[in-house]
Design a binder for this molecule. Structure first.
Ligand code: SF4
Ligand code: SF4
Ligand code: FES
Length: 333
């Protein structure tokens, strides 16, 4: 054994054999053949090769209930379009993501989602990074066919110490419920009522106050959940994002740190960590990590202690626009 000097060798237990390479399957997507590891979610596979399949309820870090029906694709041999977020790839599968039938059902589902949506975009914190806005412009962009009379729901619901809910903007995707159930393991949110009266609400006797509650704001694909400390503070296209590490505890979860360019928002950086994945099309703040930061970690800045100039140069070298709009601002020199 090589001399390790004054240091003792640790971890001398049995060495684990390397994992065998994953079994690959061949899938034909829009006429082109591709290989993916067995078990890959079809939505991930389609978007990995640039098919740009939209989605709302899918999130890489959560289970897939397939409730929004926005990711429907045609699979050869299936009598009707299938939700790609709920379907694993299989060998010799043939998928059409842009067949007339798949595009038509997606447009119909989008129209259905928008029937009672308030279209608050000019005053909505999510404008510029909202999946509903993006899919509308990408896949539909038609005038509404309803008469303008929409079902009214509560606009400002205080559901916890950090978060405000707008029930009209909620598209009932259940991502926030799954964060509570699967990450925080506490059932604090649920759906109430049915049909066009269905609303997100807190479970009886509960508030949204679990230690991971701000992750619900991150995963919400629309502007239904807003953090009290960030609400109405700035627009998404004023923000830049860079990879960072949470200094909240010894785990050091990976995350995106987001800041405004000018004036510099030093200790109030909006911070998120999402495993959105599935897309070049989804939330532009796609951190590679699927870690879920605790609320306490968010209130401490990874850059705290660094000088204003140091922080600025770090963002300038790693910056990435947060919004799916083209960035309108340049970083201050
Ligand atoms: S949630 Fe999206 S579509 Fe709805 S008002 Fe906000 S930005 Fe507009
Ligand atoms: S509040 Fe957001 S995350 Fe929760 S169900 Fe509604 S749209 Fe989905
Ligand atoms: S049904 Fe697939 S993303 Fe919602």
């Amino acid at each position: 054994m090589a001399d390790s000097g004054p240091f003792k060798t640790v971890g001398s237990g049995p060495v684990k054999a390397p994992e065998p390479p994953p079994e690959m399957v061949t899938v034909v997507i829009d006429g082109k053949s591709h290989q993916f590891p067995k078990g890959t979610v079809l939505l991930e596979a389609c978007n990995a090769v640039g098919a740009d399949v939209p989605f709302f309820c899918y999130h890489a870090g959560l289970s897939s209930p397939a409730v929004c029906r926005q990711c429907l694709v045609d699979v050869k041999g299936q009598p009707k379009p299938v939700p790609s977020c709920y379907t694993p790839v299989a060998d010799k599968m043939e998928v059409q993501t842009k067949s007339p039938r798949a595009l038509d059902v997606r447009r119909q589902m989008l129209e259905f989602t928008l029937v009672n949506h308030p279209i608050d975009c000019p005053i909505c914190d999510k404008a510029g990074e909202c999946l509903l806005q993006k899919h509308y412009f990408d896949w539909d962009a038609k005038f509404a066919r309803n008469d303008g009379i929409k079902v009214k729901k509560a606009k400002v619901v205080d559901i916890g110490p950090h978060i405000v809910l707008d029930q009209e903007r909620c598209i009932l995707c259940t991502r926030c419920i799954r964060v509570c159930d699967e990450v925080a393991q506490t059932h604090q949110l649920e759906m109430a009522q049915r049909g066009d009266r269905e609303v997100l609400t807190t479970a009886p006797g509960h508030k949204l106050d679990n230690p991971y509650s701000l992750n619900t704001v991150d995963v919400c694909p629309v502007g239904a959940l807003t953090a009290k400390d960030f609400r109405f503070q700035m627009r998404a296209w004023e923000l830049y994002t860079m990879p960072s590490v949470c200094p909240g505890c010894a785990t050091g979860c990976s995350r995106c740190s987001i800041a405004r360019n000018s004036p510099w928002r030093r200790n109030g950086c909006r911070r998120r960590s999402t495993g959105e994945s599935a897309s070049s099309t989804g939330d532009r703040c796609t951190c590679a990590s699927t870690s879920w930061p605790r609320d306490t970690g968010r209130s401490s800045s990874a850059s705290r202690g660094a000088s204003w100039k140091d922080q600025r140069s770090r963002y300038r070298s790693a910056k990435r626009p947060t919004s799916w709009y083209a960035p309108r601002f340049v970083l201050p020199t």
